[in-house]
Write a protein that binds this ligand. Structure first.
Ligand code: ZN
Length: 311
């Protein structure tokens, strides 16, 4: 324990697991734990115990950051702030995750989507350090996109839900899709569960000539192209379980250029594609480190609002 150092709690609430950590404001982890995403009562009890016990051992928390699967209520003025919305994950609809995890702690709380948090993490410590406007895309259990505009997460009416955009269907694809809300949205056609439902196996087990590689690259290339046109990010960082297959990246870059059709003439995209669509530098830790960034920012905002000393 260091008397001068401040410590922050992080909870990345994902579709298959919760990744939790205690870190200092440089992003150095001092404790870490993972809990499977099961029923809310048992998962949240495990996470809560971790936060309480590790902060006792390491030091009091100056802030907590929670990055959660969507949809979530982010409007601080609304009664439902901190609550999970209409998720297909059984039992999690209407769970007040902020209250459940943070009520024992008097510190400020940062709450955002898991993908906005990952975008913040990559912006602070990873592949987006030199740009202000960044898109982070995860492709795993679901597909999600976090958006930073001039370094700040985009919220607006709700928050972006890029995984549920509708791609133009590939002519060779007759699979109906697995999204319970939309069927053949991007998540329905190109998430990890969609690949397994269509091909009977995960992408990493399919031979290089399997048609799924081209389908996958085409759908994700469409997502990148539509995001370039709608959001104008200076970089697209891609992570998540499916994106650990690095051979997808050159295929996606080709399809991005195809779908842009020569309309966008920025050299960042045309010449240096490897930098423009790039793997998450923080890998699996993008989300949890982003939650540390959320916590640090929440503590900073609170101290600016309520100065404890000054002239
Ligand atoms: Zn959908």
């Amino acid at each position: 324990m260091n008397g001068d150092r401040r410590y922050f709690g992080a909870v990345e609430a994902g579709g298959t697991k919760f990744v939790c950590a205690i870190a200092d404001e440089r992003g150095v982890l001092h404790a870490e734990a993972r809990f499977p995403t099961a029923d809310p009562a048992s998962t949240l009890a495990g996470v809560s115990r971790f936060l309480i016990e590790s902060s006792r051992a390491i030091g009091p928390l100056s802030g907590i950051g929670i990055g959660c699967f969507g949809p979530i209520h982010l409007d601080k003025q609304a009664a439902k702030y901190g609550v999970i919305g209409n998720t297909p994950k059984k039992g999690w609809n209407n769970i007040d995750i902020v209250r459940a995890l943070c009520s024992p702690f008097p510190c400020p709380v940062g709450f955002d989507t898991d993908v906005n948090a990952a975008a913040l993490g990559e912006h602070r410590w990873g592949a987006g350090k030199d740009v202000g406007s960044l898109l982070y895309v995860t492709v795993g259990t679901g597909i999600g996109g976090g958006v930073l505009v001039e370094g700040l997460p985009l919220h607006g009416l709700m928050h972006p839900e890029l995984g549920h955009l509708y791609p133009r269907r590939h002519p060779a694809d007759t699979f109906p899709g697995v999204c319970p809300f939309h069927g053949d949205c991007l998540e329905g056609l190109a998430s990890g569960p969609a690949i397994v439902a269509r091909c009977g196996n995960e992408l990493k087990h399919l031979e290089p000539g399997h048609p799924q590689w081209d389908l996958q690259a085409d759908y994700l290339g469409q997502l990148c192209a539509q995001s370039v046109l709608a959001l104008s990010p200076q970089r697209i960082v891609m992570g998540g379980g499916v994106m650990t297959e690095r051979r997808l990246f050159p295929l996606i870059r080709q399809r991005l250029l195809h779908w842009l059709g020569g309309y966008v003439e920025r050299n960042e995209i045309l010449d240096a594609g490897e930098d423009y669509v790039t793997p998450a530098a923080l890998g699996e830790r993008a989300g949890v480190l982003g939650c540390i960034a959320l916590a640090v920012d929440a503590a900073g905002a609170a101290s600016r609002r309520y100065p404890t000393s000054g002239p």
